[in-house]
Design a binder for this molecule. Sequence first.
Ligand code: GLU
Length: 380
Amino acid sequence: MRDKKRIVVKIGSSLLTDQVRLTPRWGFMQYVLEDIARLREAGHEVVLCSSGAVALGMRMVGVTPDSAGLRDKQAAAACGMPLLLDAYKHIGHQHELQIAQILVTLGDFEHHARFLNTKNTVDRLLASGVLPIINENDTITTEQIRVGDNDRLAAKVAQMIQAQHLVILTGVDGLYDRNPSEPGAKLVETVHDVSQYLTVTEGVSTLGSGGMLTKLQAANMAQNAGCHTLIANGEGEAPISAALTGRRRCTTCVAHAEPLTSWATWLTNRLQMAGSIVITQAAAEAVERGERGIDRHDVHSIAGSYAKGDVIHVYDEKGVERARGMTDFGSEETAILVRNQEVPVKALLGYQSRGVLIESTNLIVLDDRHLQWERQPEPA
Ligand code: GLU
């Protein structure tokens, strides 16, 4: 690792928190921050995505991981966040690390202007030599508007700052070719196509929200953005550098050889589906050939309630996801335009427009590198 790198490190609640006492695991945090301090001395830039707020706040709220509902978790996050930061500050001080906190919500990734704004803040902190510690603002998010797991959140951060490495520290050595408790399960050291492993990754950790599935989804996002993802055991000394230098066996999801542009990566790396449309087979073929965007005459049906500027998923009539793109019309206007194809746009909406729903420059055709999403049901 001679070149200077940007590295995003994600650590989960199970590593950070004593699962019985729901208190910080100080020894683990010591090893991680010591390692980060060393990486920074070597000239690398590091961003930490840390879970743990909800788990650490549970005692104050009087709940347990098994009993906590959404409101309990929101309150626990509010209690746990200062505890978590206090622990980071205390240990960081011993390693001359200055820390800063950034709490994000889903919209900070899904809306392009907010995405750039967040990126600028992280870049500015890195330029000042401060260690940004990022987490989701769990206190104000609900199931509908949350990222939910810090694996994909960390991948979005990696994409955002154009990191070369995303290191996901976890309680196992990496991805196994079957359930690791089954006899004969083997560690998979190199992954090019994550879709081959999606079915062997069921199961969620008890304290955090992620499992191997969200890690692979995160890795897929990072790959498309030109970033390698290492899924590695976080226990012991120098867990990050041990994985990066190959001293520790782990799973490396190799970056795509031809990363997408930042715009295409942002358009296709989605955390939540804002809405979707089904287009005719003929339109899908034309879009695939890169000939054009999508206009109202192409649309067969619409699902979801979305706004102008949202990224929507485009399916063909056979249910195959073909493209993702930023739409110029919200779902209500789209429905009016599609239902009244022969009426001029001005007569329908009150203003002049060509009625192009997604311009070709805002539309990315999906290929094998993308994980397809299942289409939402159409409204009854
Ligand atoms: N944001 C959550 C927390 O701080 C954790 C999410 C996750 O487990 O991935 O506790």
